[in-house]
Write a protein that binds this ligand. Sequence first.
Ligand SMILES: *Cc1c(COP(=O)(O)O)cnc(C)c1O
Length: 223
Amino acid sequence: MSISQSLLQLKTELPEQVTLVAVSKTKPAEDVMEAYSAGQRIFGENKVQEMVQKWEELPKDIKWHMIGHVQTNKVKYMAPFVSLIHGVDSLKLLKEINKQAAKNNRVIPCLLQMHIAEESTKFGLNGDELDALIASEEFIDLKNIRIEGLMGMATFTSDQNQVKKEFNILKSVFDRLKNIALDNFCPKILSMGMSGDYKLAIEEGSTMVRIGSSIFGSRNYNK
Ligand SMILES: *Cc1c(COP(=O)(O)O)cnc(C)c1O
């Protein structure tokens, strides 16, 4: 199937309230343009440099989401244009995003990444760290960021019960936090689900899925 066919097929499967982030990491600009021509406007990248290059080259009505782990020193390059940063997992990173957003006279929407998988390699905060971050005095002072929800990645396993359990944990934290409303904290996005597990993620309450290989085909792993 071509990129546009895969995209349109996928869209018929997604409920209306679920936002699709087309993950274009490692894929060339032509591939992004094919999805763009089929109507897709939100794309996800996991490397700042690659996202900046594509942003420069491609139509300006594309919304770029940073879905990967972000190094503090790279924030400044995407601050002028990034539309959502999914993987925020420390106050230090959030403060840097806030600083760079202020320099650009804007508010940058972010998601806090929660660690739900068994693998220790996946980044993210645990429940206590999440609560502590939001409750900290420093957090309240960050006027140029807005936390719009949570993101998580389940364990890479064929065990559906395990994946379901992990998504369920994230959903219950999300539901609990939804009752909090601060100027810079208004959770409404639950970013969970990738090519292999998005159906389960949607069943468990996801409002945003990040899908790469099911649209663009498998990636080149030497990249
Ligand atoms: C690469 C990536 C995805 C997309 O993965 P696919 O399995 O290709 O759909 C989703 N989320 C994150 C954080 C990623 O790094």
